[in-house]
Design a protein around this ligand. Structure first.
Ligand code: FES
Length: 105
């Protein structure tokens, strides 16, 4: 069973902003959605676009290259991305954000 690992301070993740990190060689991006911190794969499944350089629209992150939207609760994409992105479980411990590197979707 995968362990939670420290990722980032909660205060460094703000609504509407995206922060990118690499944890255990896994590129992960963080944002705050409905008050909770969401962690998702930072690579677009269309052509490897850097999602952390995209924007947040509603419940989605929008790829900066060709505009695919990925739902931040499910990872599900819109055209032209063919596959979902991984969504990772997070939990808060004080001001620390912990992430489980085994994806939930
Ligand atoms: S690389 Fe993301 S939509 Fe093309």
């Amino acid at each position: 069973m995968a362990e939670y690992v420290f990722a980032i301070k909660a205060g460094d993740v703000q609504t509407g902003q995206i922060v990118a990190l690499t944890l255990d060689d896994v590129p992960i991006a963080f944002t705050r959605l409905d008050g909770r911190i969401v962690a998702f794969g930072d690579v677009c499944t269309h052509d490897d676009g850097p999602l952390a350089e995209g924007t947040i629209e509603g419940d989605c992150v929008v790829c900066p290259r060709h505009g695919a939207h990925f739902n931040l609760y499910t990872g599900k994409p819109t055209f032209p991305a063919p596959f979902p992105i991984p969504i990772y479980e997070t939990k808060i411990d004080g001001d620390d954000v912990l992430v489980k590197l085994t994806q939930t979707s």
